[in-house]
Ligand binder design. Structure first.
Ligand code: PMP
Length: 456
């Protein structure tokens, strides 16, 4: 298209040739798109010069904000030194070797191995293929089923979308057979009337035991869980959840994989979400904060047992026939090394820990609105769930699109936050100041007043 035939607004140009995923397309016809040009700290700016406080850190990933000089320099220096390479045929960049050492060192594992991907979805796919490969090499080719939970989000590739426990995947004919979803461990929504939290937990444990008995433990390849379900609406599990299900999985030798794509590197106030919940998984899936969002990258971090078993599997089958062109990209690895250093030694994790009480107080304050049924969260990830009626937890009629309206109203006031189901989700960058956090809650509070006045 020549310049003279190109539509003249950024919004029109965005709609003309860009196809949007996870976007309500009629609503962008009505409201328009937001075309962004740059960022400063936790703020982003659009083509009209409007400034927005990004309360979701991009997509949970831009933990260091949008202009961190150290991360930009790490990228520039590495581009100048060695701008790209793979990790096939026994060749690997020095940066990838150093990052693997660092990841194992900061992991909860005494020893381990790391495999690189370009995204969290690919890391989950890779882990599933590793489990299939390993079980087959150990004489269990039927150990292929994967257990996850309703409301889990593990990605969008065909395998990771099958692991994801969201109904929208039915438009693709997913999940594929053999992907089994347990009850979401959300007591407030899933607990039955009169059921105590302890009874709810006991029901979830019994459900897992029953599933394993019905399916046959020898047909199951692994269990995947986010320590806090993220894109399912920020759902911390019922009290005692991991302590209760781990022994069941261990009894049946079912590997447990922690999908720490959101929770990894400080989001819950510890380096890892599994650390916050006091368990050590068999492997960790990482992405997002791994590079502070400055490079697309994911990683599978294997603990000692799976590392050894996969090593033995490759002794038998010789080659793990899997990998991506950009696996272990040296620029991504250099950025990840700088980002991990920033989190652990540059004050980011400390700032998260410092901010958590202010964040929780802010959520609790907004939960006093008449139509907020629950606030929930862990660390710097939180959600407020809108309801028509607080005491009966009756949701708003879905055609009112209440959470979308709240998020749109926030956008009008210069705050970006995310509607998820009937909830508004907050996942601020780790660099936030107290004043920026107050700005976030004040703007959201005003939007809640405005929208609830319209729909009540
Ligand atoms: N796992 C979790 C827990 C996630 O939150 C996400 C992304 N939101 C993914 C996997 C998929 O990551 P990606 O979008 O990088 O493929």
């Amino acid at each position: 298209m020549s310049d003279t035939t190109r539509p003249n607004s950024w919004d029109a140009r965005a709609k003309q040739n860009s196809f949007f995923g996870f976007t309500d397309l009629p609503s962008i016809e009505a409201r328009g798109t937001t075309v962004l040009t740059h960022g400063e700290g936790p703020y982003v700016f659009d083509t009209q010069g409007r400034r927005y406080l990004d309360a979701n850190s991009g997509l949970w990933n831009m933990i260091a904000g949008f202009d961190d000089p150290g991360l930009i320099k790490a990228a520039q220096d590495q581009y100048a030194r060695f701008p790209g390479y793979h990790a096939f045929f026994g060749r690997i960049s020095d940066q990838a070797v150093m990052l693997s050492e660092t990841l194992v060192e900061v992991s909860p594992f005494e020893s381990g191995k790391v495999f690189y991907t370009n995204s969290g979805s690919e890391a989950n796919d890779t882990m599933v293929k590793m489990l299939w490969f390993m079980h087959a090499s150990e004489g269990r080719p039927n150990a292929r089923k994967i257990i996850t939970r309703v409301n889990a989000y593990h990605g969008v590739t065909a395998v990771s979308a099958s692991m994801t426990g969201k109904p929208y995947n039915s438009v693709f004919g997913l999940p594929m057979p053999g992907f089994l979803h347990l009850t979401c461990p959300h007591y407030w929504r899933e607990g039955q009337s009169g059921e105590s939290e302890a009874d709810f937990l006991a029901r979830l444990v019994a459900e897992l035991e029953e599933l394993i008995a019905n399916e046959g433990a020898d047909t199951i390849a692994g269990f995947f869980a986010e320590p806090v379900q993220g894109a399912g609406g920020v759902i911390p599990p019922v009290e005692g959840y991991f302590d209760a299900i781990l022994p069941v999985l261990r009894t049946h030798n079912i590997p447990i994989i922690a999908d720490e794509v959101i929770t990894g590197f400080g989001r819950t106030g510890s380096v890892w979400g599994c650390e916050s919940y006091g368990f050590v998984p068999d492997a960790i899936i990482s992405s997002k904060a791994l590079t502070a969002g400055y490079f697309p990258m994911g990683a599978v971090i294997l603990g000692p047992d799976l590392s050894d078993r996969l090593q033995r599997a490759t002794d038998i089958i010789e080659e793990f026939p899997h990998g991506f062109t950009a696996s272990g990209h040296p620029v991504g690895c250099a950025i990840a090394l700088a980002s991990i250093d920033l989190v652990l030694n540059g004050g980011l994790l400390e700032n998260v820990q410092r901010l958590i009480p202010r964040f929780e107080t802010g959520l609790a304050r907004l939960a006093q609105h008449d139509h907020i049924g629950e606030w929930r969260g862990r660390g710097l990830m939180g959600a407020l769930e809108a309801v028509r009626d607080k005491s009966s937890k009756t949701p708003f009629e879905s055609e009112l699109s209440v959470s979308e309206r709240i998020a749109n109203t926030c956008g009008d006031h210069g705050l970006l936050c995310r509607p998820l189901g009937q909830s508004i989700v907050l996942c601020p960058p780790f660099i936030m100041t107290d004043a920026q956090m107050d700005e976030m809650f004040d703007k959201l509070s005003a939007a809640l007043d405005q929208v609830f006045a319209d729909v009540a």
